[in-house]
Design a protein around this ligand. Structure first.
Ligand code: GDP
Ligand code: MG
Length: 204
């Protein structure tokens, strides 16, 4: 038993330049980075309260090198390790970049393959919503994809801090619900209120 603290491993995936670092840093540190070293792997921790429960979020984003779709064997293995360890994924594309939309769909497929499941906690995030004039993927397109695959869709802007916290917190709620269904708490005849899994997880 590792204490009462709830803890989740989130992985932020998507093509290069879609705003994975910017979203993560906006969420954790509340500022917008306009220029960030693309080779650095992001790894951050934040404690926040979700549905009244203190939760520790370990958020990682693989470096661009690992995520590159041109990358051959070794990074394929590293990418799979990320995917295996993640308990939930933010799938990020940029609303003004069609290639990134296709790429994120490949990540979706790969995650399900690595997890060997039909469903896994994921939220699709269309980032750079502030660049509305440059948009090339419609909300309807993205929603059709997420409906088909039973995941959530949100549009966000790391620049304007729009839907940034919401995307991460939505994912936490989905992970929590998923894990409760996957591994129900030991039968306690619904007695103790604060038992693990006792939270009534209302999903927004
Ligand atoms: P990553 O490679 O996915 O980690 O992407 P970065 O976070 O490094 O962002 C790539 C570029 O897009 C940077 O110049 C960011 O400042 C910019 N960027 C990230 N998010 C947004 C956003 O929401 N709106 C706008 N306009 N630019 C963004
Ligand atoms: Mg980055």
């Amino acid at each position: 038993m590792s204490g009462e603290e709830e803890r989740f491993k989130l992985v932020v995936v998507g093509g290069g330049g879609v705003g994975k670092s910017a979203l993560t840093i906006q969420f954790i540190q509340s500022y917008f980075v306009s220029d960030y070293d693309p080779t650095i792997e992001d790894s951050y921790t934040k404690i926040c309260t979700v549905d009244g429960k203190e939760t520790r979020l370990d958020s990682k984003s693989p470096s661009r090198w690992i995520m590159s779709s041109h990358c051959l064997s070794e990074c394929g293995v590293m990418r799979e390790q990320y995917m295996r360890s993640g308990e939930g994924f933010l799938l990020v594309f940029a609303l003004n970049d069609l290639g990134s939309y296709h790429e994120v769909q490949k990540f979706h497929t790969q995650i399900l393959r690595v997890k060997d499941r039909d469903d896994f906690p994921m939220v699709l995030v269309g980032n750079k919503a502030d660049l509305e004039q440059q948009r090339v993927i419609s909300r309807e397109d993205a929603q059709a994809f997420t409906r088909e695959h039973r995941i959530h869709y949100m549009e966000a802007s790391a620049k304007n801090r729009y839907n940034v916290d919401e995307a991460f917190l939505q994912l936490v709620q989905i992970i929590r619900r998923f894990q409760e269904i996957e591994s129900p708490p030991p039968q306690s005849h619904h007695s103790g209120k604060q038992k693990r899994g006792g939270c009534p997880c209302v999903l927004l």
